[in-house]
Design a protein around this ligand. Sequence first.
Ligand code: C5P
Length: 420
Amino acid sequence: MPNPRILLIIGGGIAAYKSIELVRLLRKSGYVVRCVLTRAGEQFVTPLTLAALSENKVYTNLFDLKDEVEMGHIQLSREADLVVVAPATADLLAKMAAGIADDMATTLLLATDKPVLAAPAMNVRMWLHPATRRNVATLRGDGVTVMEPDEGEMACGEYGPGRLPEPEAIKAAIDRTLDNAPAPIPLAGQPDFAPASHRPLFGRRILITAGPTHEPIDPVRYIANRSSGKQGFAIAAAAAEAGAEVLLIAGPVPLPTPPGVIRVDVETAREMAAEVEAGLPVDAAIMVAAVADWRAADTAAQKIKKDGSGAVPPLALAENPDILASVAKSPQRPPLLIGFAAETNDVIGHAEAKLSRKGCDWIVANDVSVDPMGGETNRVHIVSKAGVDSWDRLPKNAVARKLMEKIADELTVRAPANSD
Ligand code: C5P
């Protein structure tokens, strides 16, 4: 990637001086750096120092009207490849977690659709406070990378975790995040940072289900399957990158929410079915979830105990609703409805049968005897009435991006009304 761009938000606190070294390190490695100073940050470092080191204008005030003409805050927050908050104070983390946008820095953080990395720095008690613990957990759940602070003696004389990680460590985390970040979808003839209106799925609403479902037997046991949710989450990430408004309905998986994706967590098939129905209408629905076919017919209110006789408790099952098939029959059926099929034999034959049985437009089929659930790659076959399109084995995020290109093309034919 040529000259990756960092938007560096510098919070207040004694550690802000280290941001100067961070800017120097980033520039030395060829990063383009744009700095934003919070009002508190301005007490510790000057815009002039940062402007000289970053060789770029430094932003300090939301109400700089000239800049709204020159470069709006939305554009500023999105033209970067990565937004870095260092130091991330307790106050900034709290505002980020709550979605408060009351100054330049927090407005940019709320408006961005790019990955965010936060390097915290605060007093040890503040770091360990339940409120900060909650905020960090919320942010991580939202897909923000929150680094662990260093441990040691603090400016205030106390000892413990809360020191800003060293600039070299922050730079290493930036390198890692950018290496792992999904590459932008290549758009022929478009600049690297195409405005939203040029993204192939801009203006489209896409619903995605992902992960397994858990069907409770009693308060401690459930029926589940091996779905990791990785492919569905990669598809949600790629759809958001391609400019779509993405609603991800996720079964229980410990994966971070991809940037720009609206996520609703569910546990059971019936909860997933209700959320899918509530999410319609959409331009395309992609049902990647491995929904449990059966649930326990009755859920015990108390933990089922062994009675010592060796007799096993009966486990009666009931069939779960088929979400994909119901959406296909719904009056709100999306113009493009896509199902997934994990098969262990006769992959294409089963996928063709499933296509007509479920009433969807495409089945994305893969052989789970070759690519087991939870793996990093997939070899998929897109089965439709038009025939079978077999792709090479690819990493799951590459499958996702290729699928978005195909979906964008298909939607221009199936639902041209609000395209371009
Ligand atoms: O029938 P099978 O489970 O193999 O079908 C897989 C496809 O159907 C997937 O797209 C899956 O998300 C969807 N499905 C569903 N509701 C179910 C079972 C499967 O939406 N109860």
